[in-house]
Design a protein around this ligand. Sequence first.
Ligand SMILES: [Zn+2]
Length: 332
Amino acid sequence: MAVATPAPATSAKVTPTRAPVREEPAPGPETGATKIMKWKDGRQAVFMLEFDDSCETDIKNVIPELKKRGMVGTFYINPGNGPFKNKQGAWEKDVAAAGMEMGNHTFTHSHALNVADFESELTLCTDEINKCYPDRKQPRLISYGPPGGIPKEKWLVSKDEVNASLAKLHLIERPSFYGPPIHMKGAAEVMKVVDFALSKGEMGHLDFHGVGGDWLVTPMDWFLPLLDKLDANRDLLWITDPISWHKYLTERKASEVKVLAADARQIRIQLASTTDPALYDSPLTLATRVPQDWKECQVTQGSSSSTAQAVSGIVRYSALPGTEPISLQPAK
Ligand SMILES: [Zn+2]
């Protein structure tokens, strides 16, 4: 006797939708007028994917799907715990090579009895992250995701003490945990978070534990439609990691454009910033009004030089804040 197979309850026949394109206002009409784009490369919004507890499903299910799509995820690891140790070889050799980022989720996800204990948990975790990215300079900013669910008697440091330790150890606390299945109950609700970020032109993020297994599980049929949705809006979204977002936002707010000179042959700009260029070293995207007959521009800052096309008298390019002046000329 034939038995009809019921459709799985979580089956999500949701077609990824495209968000409307909203252009940022152009710089003013005068030659040399320059603005810092709200987000990198003039994207409409930002999106970040974060995964906690070094779950084994990160290695098995998440990273292959992100890698396939050329998307970055940030993995908040606990190197002192079993799930990490079970896949230590993969964490140390494959994760960075797949283009992924790691964040500090403390060494054992279990205690902060006093400041010295808390800092030891942080430092041991950062040491392991540095081992996974041997080519990166130190110190550098690393994202911190606070471990959740720790009993009160094992967490005895105050918020002020936490903040002081994070600042000392170059750790930047990420936005508060927000993700399925705690805050969303299906694929459609998960994808709404992407639409919200796009409609506001702001940063959106989703945080996960297990995906397709482990604990606090997000089913694969919620996760894969989310990735398809991000892919469908890829040109509008800057899909990035919390440190890159934090650097861009901090630098943008701390930077100011000064037009030093602007005529028919050359434009010179100073991008002044109050951030420390040793730690805040990500380029900002600038848009400058150039003379109408400049079709291709040579953009030079210090020893780096590139060419960029002018579109309707506007040229868009990357520049480092708080360093040398930038010069723009028509390319020969
Ligand atoms: Zn956790």
